[in-house]
Design a protein around this ligand. Structure first.
Ligand SMILES: N[C@@H](CCC(=O)N[C@@H](CS)C(=O)NCC(=O)O)C(=O)O
Length: 194
């Protein structure tokens, strides 16, 4: 399958998940004009015009981070408990980060007026406090096993400094532990990041 990505964008979560899942994948980068490395217009592949976009081997296109991450987990049998409350906590965490954090990053990505940034920062502060409480002293967000929620959380925390919100110590040390994982090192290197 092909993961259509932009370096350091939220597709990094799916990239890390693909490596952790040990599924075969190819990366297909886009440029700022949303042209793929092989000269196609992203809109002709995914009419939503954003990444991540996952192209399956039969050509089927999957979009939306939560869906792509869940697909990767289901295909590999890794990164998402098959049953029990931790499965639902994982999916709950993905939904929470997508709507309450990723959505509130927009004013910082697009340099909105300051009042909008202040409003978003307040929401982000509350959301990060919830995640820090949920994390506690565990190795990963949901349990002591890595899940797709951690793939997403790594990206979320990597971007957090842009918002100016300070992270609690347990999230900062978690981020440092994640950064040292072989899958994360590999994904960052493949995207030309450090
Ligand atoms: N709802 C989508 C949002 C994805 C998204 O915001 N992708 C950003 C990169 S992090 C993007 O492609 N932005 C380009 C644009 O909006 O034009 C998801 O959760 O996957």
């Amino acid at each position: 399958m092909n993961l259509i990505y932009y370096p350091a964008a939220c597709s990094l979560a799916d990239h890390i998940a693909l490596i952790e899942a040990r599924l075969p994948y190819k990366l297909l980068g886009i440029d700022r004009e949303k042209k793929t490395e092989d000269g196609r217009d992203l809109l002709s592949i995914n009419p939503k015009g954003y990444i991540p976009t996952l192209q399956l081997d039969d050509g089927t296109i999957l979009t939306e981070n939560q869906t792509i991450l869940t697909y990767i987990a289901e295909q590999s049998g890794k990164l998402l408990p098959k049953e029990g409350i931790l499965r639902w906590r994982t999916l709950e965490a993905l939904a929470f980060m997508s709507s309450e954090i990723h959505g509130n990053y927009t004013p910082f990505f697009k340099d909105f007026p300051e009042p909008e940034k202040v409003r978003a920062r307040e929401k982000l502060k509350k959301a990060f406090a919830i995640l820090a409480d949920q994390m506690g002293e565990k190795a990963f967000l949901v349990s002591d096993m890595m899940t797709i929620a951690d793939c997403y959380l790594f990206w979320v925390l990597r971007v957090a400094p842009k918002s100016g919100v300070e992270l609690r110590e347990n999230l900062r040390s978690y981020f440092d532990r994640m950064k040292a994982l072989p899958s994360v090192i590999q994904a960052l290197a493949e995207e030309g990041l450090s």
